[in-house]
Design a protein around this ligand. Sequence first.
Ligand SMILES: O=P(O)(O)O[C@H]1O[C@H](CO)[C@@H](O)[C@H]1O
Length: 247
Amino acid sequence: MRIVAFDYRDIPNFPQSTVHGHAGRLVFGTLKGRPCVCMQGRFHLYEGYPIQKITMPMRIFKLLGVETVILTNAAGGLNQDYKVGDIMIIKDHLNMPGFAGNNPLAGPNNERFGVRFPCMSDAYDRELQQLALDVGSELGYSDFLREGVYCVLGGPSFETIAECRMLHKLGADAVGMSTVHEVIVARHCGMRVFALSLITNEAVMDYDSEEKANHEEVLQTGKQRAEQLERLVSTVVTRIEHNNNFA
Ligand SMILES: O=P(O)(O)O[C@H]1O[C@H](CO)[C@@H](O)[C@H]1O
């Protein structure tokens, strides 16, 4: 496969990755004949970027003709049935920064991209969720494939025990510091969205627990499941129906 890659620092006005584990490259290539663009590294609120800057790549993708966005993240498991290494297909989200008014669509609406008040009850494409379940089952991943609700927080501090308990009671299965802002902007401009969380650690829910959330564990679990995640995502990509607008 031929690829062309650009460092974020060489793209005018593009934010820079500051997080360990995020390479900071935009990579163009084809996957079984399908044109793809991949971000090696994303941006987070806790890096100090305005929320509109974090999500700017979504609008660039829209302008490039992208139809479907696939997002992945590392997340802490709140659901007591989840284990480290599980892959959760995101079926819905809780947008905590959004509750406090920090939404990437705040400010004047750019009608060129979408409507003022976009619907979010269909944010995560149901056909793509089913496709991923089918592909996961074919690949023998059913034992560690889940479906659940992702909750975004601002970070960078990990959650307290009380916060984890509250988020779980509110209906979240996993917690992290990304993805939701990108989903909102991608849906606003009409791209289909599919998203996965890798459960890299168990959120600490118990005062007797000796566990402590840490970024090293997050990176390590990411490496351990990288091959399976890659196979799942690449197989889903090759099965997505498209509109032939790149043919
Ligand atoms: O959501 P991604 O970028 O995958 O990373 C997750 O892992 C980091 C914490 O270890 C945070 O950035 C959190 O959001």
